[in-house]
Structures are given as structure tokens and as C-alpha cells.
Write a protein that binds this ligand. Structure first.
Ligand code: FAD
Length: 496
């Protein structure tokens, strides 16, 4: 499956989507499965925005119960079951411990009440996510010896799912393509061609060749996440814009602390809930949630983010506390939350908004990764109404997303994550990888592991030089760009 910008020009699609994050991907797959002709353009790599920078949980969102978002939690729990069946190679069950210590903002009784409600909001329970149960302090100590036993009252054990966010997005795109959608990465929308309040075409610049072309369609969707307002300003319509209040979230990859459970713990400092997740041989700690007013292109980990997360970890597991020099890497993303009066970022709603502007443009923003399939279904329903067509029923809840990647073989480059030379070749030939970073960060998870440094990146750069037809200069330029990017995800390494 090759990247093919020529498939976008000289025809009029039923639907053109701006943005190749999980929402754009989900909409493209849903629409093409219902028989529409679909195009999708992404300015960078697929999933290079928020959709590769999440906590990587397909979850009901236990903490949203405190905000009384029962509808969102129920929808998320339902979607969790659907995604488990749809893509079992990318969405896997994970058990969580929710420990309670004397003096915590939320008592064990409150945690039990919350998880009971959580179970209650999951009527069609998947066998892989059983009901919660309560563990005594000694059971907790046996299950997760890293947790201190001092003041420990017990814990609630509950189930959610972990996912590979970048690959789930990519494979959704690839499946849409397999069904006939024209999806192209590194194609940036730089303007709209409009007649009054009707968009006729998107003005697109191919970031690889530098060519410009018009992408024509009868209906358009702006699914650009944190860039949604910026892209919305290309329109001359005064109404139909979505206002967002973006927040930044940072995660740290750290040496393994937890044994096998995810640990979901309460911050003593600000009541926030923090995750410590199993992450290959290591652990993933996150996340922060702070107001973010800059361009989403510039999001990065700051030393304050690192300090905040390490402080939380010190409180949770003082004996296992690590310092900045132990951190393996980090990643930062921007949540495109719908703007509200809520001052505390973590209390802002995670619900989506779908808005029409002019005759044929829809904008979608907000929501959670977990609910992408359901949001996409709602968007495509609105697309059908805009087109004046009665579309067939949504098929995504029952159409599996098959694992198309052949079994790995040949030389193994890395054990954790497991990556073989054949995976690299497949990414170049069949998964539209364009840069070294695409391969290191999103086709594989090498960049989110101990294997993300220059040594492995150099090996990978040699492997992809042939398939991507690079010169030696190209290879060096790509390697330098990647290494610079890897170093910027380790801000503490400049100071320690
Ligand atoms: C720190 C953090 C943790 C999270 N954890 C979870 C979690 O565990 N579970 C969960 O369910 N949700 C989670 N979320 C939320 C989830 O990640 C997002 O809801 C989801 O990824 C948003 O997808 P999207 O497609 O709307 O946006 P994006 O993934 O940002 O996609 C938008 C795309 O549009 C492209 N684009 C922008 N401008 C243009 C243009 N001019 N032309 C072409 N393309 C353009 C961008 O490059 C980008 O790829 C988390 C979010 C964050 C930030």
C-alpha cells in the first residue's frame, strides 16, 4: 500500500476529511464501509498529533463519574467491549489497582462506590473485563510489592484496556484504504475554495513533493484535533466554529516499578488521578493536565512536567522513587477539549462536539480516543444528511479490524518492544512510512522505549534507505532530525 497523492486530484469525492488522527481515521473507515467515496489528508504522519500521545487506555474513565458524566462513561464502557472484539491484537485487557491510604482525598468506601457504579454502567460485560473486587492491605502488598503498606487500607481491583494508539489509528486508515478510501499523509490543507457558504475544494500542499492541488468533494469534515480552530479560520462562514480550551498532558517512560497491574493513584497535592502502567519491560507514568495556549506543533515536555510527575511517584512509592536521570523518555500531547468556564483543566468535559458550518462542512472536536468509533458513526450520519442520501447502517461495530501485518521474521532488532527487520521493511512498503521518525515512533514503538536512541535509529535508517529510495545524504538528514527530536523528549538530560 503506497502513499499516492495522485489518487486525490481530478475527481470529486462524496466526502473529504482533514486530519489523520483517530477521529479522521474512524470517519473515513465508517464512511467507506457505507459506500461513500472518501478522501483523507493528513499534514504530517497519521496519528502524529494527539492520537499517538495518549495514555493508551481504552477505558470507561472512572474519574469522570465524579463529574457526573454518566452518559460518557456508559458510552465508553460499551465502546471498550466493541474495540476489544474489533481489534484484539491492539486492544488488550489490563487489571488495575486503585489503592487507598489513610488521609487520601478519596476513602476506600468512595472508591468502592465509584467502581460499583462503573460496573453498573457496563450492562453488556465483556468476559475480558470482569467486575471489580476489593483487596485487603495484605493482598495488595502481595500483588504489588512496590506499594508501601504504611497507612494502606486496601485497594479496588478493576479492569480496563490498554492499546497501541498509533497503530490503532494507522490500521484504521489502512483498512479504510483497503475498502477504497484515498488516504494520504504529509498533505497539508492550507485553504478552502468557497462559493458563498459552500466549500468546493480544499487547497492542499504535498509536503513531500511540494506540489499544490485542489481536493474536491461534496462534503467536508474538519477533524484536526488541537488545530481545529486554525483550520476553521480558512472558512469564510461566520458560524459553525468549535472553540476549544486545549490542555497539555505529559507521560514519562521510567524503569519498571509495578509488577503486572496498572496502578491508578491519587495525588496528595491536587487530588488528581495518576496512572502507573506496565510498559513493555518498563513503566509508563502520567499524566499532567495543564492549560496550553501555544501552537500544538510546539508541544513538548518541560522540566516542571517532569518534576510534577516524579513528585507524585515519590509520594506513591518512596522506596522506588527515581530521579530525572533514570527517565528513559517522555512524550507530550494536547487535548482538544471543548472550551468551558471550568477553571481546572482536569474537570473540563471530555464530550465531543459536532457542528455544521455553511452548506457542506462539519467540524468535530473533543471526545476521547475510546469513543472514536461511536463519534465517527454520529459524524457519518450527519454527512449522509448533508449529502441528502440515506446511507446504509453503520458497520464498524461488527466489522473486525484484522491484523494485516505478517508474522515477523529475520533478524530481531529489539526484544522490548519486539521488532524485527521484516517489520521495518513492511512499514516502508505497505504502511506509508515516509520518515525515520514514522518508523521509530508510530510503525513501531522503538522511540518510546530504551531502544529509541541513536544506535538503533542508525540501524533502522540503513534498513529503510533502500525501500524509501534515499541517498546517503537523505539518510543522514533523517537520522539527525530524529536524534534531535529524541533528545528534545529528554529535557532533563540537558540539565543532569
Ligand atoms: C495526554 C493525553 C492522554 C490521553 N489519554 C487518553 C486515553 O488514555 N484514552 C482515551 O480514550 N483518550 C485519551 N486521550 C484523548 C485522545 O488521545 C484524543 O481524544 C484523540 O487522540 C483525538 O484524536 P483527533 O483525531 O481528534 O486529534 P489528533 O490525533 O490530534 O488528529 C488531528 C490531526 O489533524 C492533522 N492536521 C492538523 N491541521 C491539518 C491541516 N491543515 N491539514 C491536514 N491535517 C491537519 C494533525 O496533524 C493531526 O494528526 C488523551 C489525550 C491526551 C493529550
Amino acid at each position: 500500500m503506497k502513499r499516492d497523492p495522485s489518487a486525490l486530484a481530478n475527481r470529486t469525492f462524496d466526502l473529504a476529511i482533514i486530519g489523520g488522527g483517530i477521529l479522521g481515521a474512524g470517519i473515513a473507515r465508517d464512511a467507506v464501509l457505507r459506500g461513500l467515496s472518501v478522501a483523507l489528508v493528513e499534514k504530517g504522519d497519521f496519528a502524529s498529533g494527539t492520537s499517538s500521545r495518549s495514555t493508551k487506555l481504552v477505558h470507561g474513565g472512572l474519574r469522570y463519574l465524579e463529574q457526573l458524566s454518566f452518559g460518557l462513561v456508559a458510552e465508553s464502557c460499551r465502546e471498550r467491549s466493541i474495540l476489544l472484539d474489533m481489534a484484539p491484537h491492539l486492544v488488550t485487557p489490563l487489571s488495575f489497582l486503585l489503592p487507598s491510604y489513610a488521609g487520601d482525598p478519596r476513602s476506600l468506601a468512595m472508591l468502592r462506590l465509584g467502581t460499583t457504579l462503573y460496573d453498573w454502567l457496563t450492562p453488556r460485560r465483556h468476559a475480558a473485563t470482569p467486575r471489580h473486587r476489593t483487596l485487603s492491605a495484605s493482598e495488595v502488598a502481595a500483588a504489588e510489592p512496590s506499594l508501601p503498606t504504611d497507612r494502606l487500607q486496601g485497594a479496588v481491583l478493576f479492569y480496563d484496556c490498554q492499546m497501541d494508539d498509533a497503530r490503532l489509528c494507522l490500521e484504521t486508515i489502512l483498512d479504510a484504504r483497503r475498502h477504497g478510501a484515498a488516504c494520504v499523509n504529509y498533505c497539508q490543507v492550507v485553504g478552502f475554495r468557497q462559493t458563498w457558504d459552500r466549500v468546493d475544494a480544499l487547497q492542499v500542499v504535498d509536503q513531500v513533493s511540494g506540489d499544490s492541488f485542489d481536493l474536491r468533494a461534496k462534503c467536508f469534515v474538519n477533524a484536526t484535533g488541537p488545530w481545529v480552530e486554525r483550520v476553521g479560520r480558512f472558512s469564510n462562514c461566520e458560524t459553525g466554529h468549535v472553540a476549544i480550551g486545549p490542555t497539555k498532558g505529559v507521560h514519562l517512560v521510567i524503569p519498571r516499578i509495578n509488577r503486572k497491574h496498572g496502578i491508578y493513584f491519587q495525588s496528595q497535592r491536587d487530588r488528581r488521578m495518576i496512572f502507573l502502567l506496565p510498559w513493555g519491560d518498563d513503566s509508563l507514568l502520567g499524566t499532567t493536565d495543564t492549560q496550553f495556549t501555544q501552537s500544538a506543533d510546539a508541544v513538548h515536555t518541560d522540566s516542571e512536567d517532569v518534576e510534577y510527575l516524579l513528585e507524585q511517584l515519590r509520594e506513591l512509592a518512596p522506596a522506588h522513587a527515581i530521579d530525572a536521570s533514570d527517565i528513559i523518555t517522555s512524550f507530550a500531547g494536547v487535548r482538544a477539549l471543548i472550551r468551558s468556564d471550568q477553571r481546572r483543566p482536569s474537570r473540563r468535559s471530555r464530550e465531543e462536539r459536532i457542528v455544521a458550518s455553511g452548506q457542506n462542512m462539519l467540524t468535530v472536536a473533543g471526545g476521547k480516543y475510546t469513543t472514536f468509533r461511536a463519534i465517527s458513526e454520529k459524524v457519518v450520519h450527519r454527512v449522509g444528511r448533508m449529502l441528502g442520501q440515506r446511507l446504509s447502517r453503520c458497520a464498524t461495530a461488527t466489522t473486525p479490524l484484522p491484523n494485516q501485518r505478517p508474522a515477523s521474521h529475520g533478524v530481531q532488532l529489539s526484544q522490548s518492544p519486539s521488532v524485527f527487520e521484516s517489520d521495518i521493511a513492511f512499514a516502508c512498503k505497505h504502511e506509508m512510512a515516509v520518515t525515520l521518525e514514522d518508523v521509530m515512533r508510530r510503525r513501531t514503538r522503538l522511540a518510546l522505549s530504551r531502544q529509541g536512541g541513536e544506535d538503533v535509529a542508525t540501524q533502522v535508517s540503513h534498513l529503510i534507505t533502500g525501500p524509501l529510495q534515499w541517498s546517503e545524504d537523505d539518510r543522514r538528514t533523517q537520522l539527525n532530525a530524529y536524534v534531535k527530536q529524541w533528545q528534545s523528549s529528554r529535557p532533563w538530560s540537558r540539565t543532569t
